[in-house]
Design a protein around this ligand. Structure first.
Ligand SMILES: O=C(O)CCC(=O)C(=O)O
Ligand SMILES: [Fe+2]
Length: 249
């Protein structure tokens, strides 16, 4: 059993035989990562959490009682994270390490940029201690989303977002494009938004340009959540964002 699995078993207990089978199947194609040509530093692992691990994580959130009151839809934790979140962080570390991507030979000579192009998380971020020390759990009801933003500078580079329950489309728009308000090509109507489909169980990692030079948003207004020509059916969506606080010297 790999360390990742041992940790989750310790926290959430053994899975049933059927679940074990499903787990094994999902383990056979461990961590297939996609990167985005246009947004350097943005990576997604679509099969990061098996259905069993997704429900375990939702139970862990439920046990915290964070969303027991209807008015609560966001919780932040700083410093030492709950043990299930530490296990999640360890799984992210392992998923990045297990990433095997074919590197075209012409990239071999790109030196500085090579690491950034072939690893979902640059190694200086991957090996920092702790990997993450801040967590946000967001609960979105149908129709609710999050406005376009770049995460605050009080957080270091390297942000992870795990999606649970309903899938959604997250849009990315370049920060630079906002500067020249006078230029018609950069008006908000013309600003190019890149849609990224976030399925439940997926993990996205943002570093470098994706973290600092692109805004991300989830607009769940009617007609906006379109994917492959269809509007997504909206249900409750939960996400867990992990970040690291910047040290103040
Ligand atoms: O819910 C999400 O997927 C994104 C959350 C987010 O961007 C944030 O909390 O800064
Ligand atoms: Fe964010």
């Amino acid at each position: 059993m790999n360390t990742d699995k041992q940790l989750l078993v310790q926290l959430f207990g053994e899975s049933s035989e059927e679940e074990e089978e499903a787990e094994e199947q999902s383990e056979s194609n461990i961590c297939f990562w996609e990167r985005f040509e246009e947004i350097r530093g943005l990576w997604i692992c679509r099969d990061f959490l098996s259905p069993h691990h997704q429900s375990s994580l939702l139970s862990a959130l439920q046990n915290e009682g964070w969303f027991s009151e209807a008015s609560h839809n966001q919780v932040m934790r700083f410093g030492e994270l709950p043990s299930w979140a530490m296990a999640l962080s360890d799984s992210i570390h392992d998923a990045v390490l297990s990433c095997s991507i074919h590197v075209p030979t012409d990239l071999e000579s790109c030196n500085g940029r090579r690491n950034e192009l072939v690893s979902p998380f640059p190694s200086d971020l991957l090996w920092r201690q702790p990997l993450f020390d801040q967590l946000i759990a967001n609960l979105y009801h149908p129709g609710e989303g999050i406005c376009a933003h770049v995460d605050l500078m009080r957080f270091e580079d390297g942000i992870a977002i795990v999606s649970l329950e309903s899938s959604c489309v997250m849009h990315f728009s370049q920060v630079e494009a906002e500067g020249g308000e006078s230029s018609s090509s950069s008006s908000s109507a013309n600003r190019k938004k890149i849609p990224v489909y976030l399925n439940p169980g997926s993990l996205i990692l943002m570093s470098g340009e994706a973290r600092y030079e692109w805004k991300h948003e989830i607009n769940r207004n009617p007609g906006v959540q379109m994917w492959e020509g269809h509007e997504l059916q909206q249900a409750t969506r939960t996400s867990i964002t992990l970040r690291k606080l910047r040290c103040v010297e």
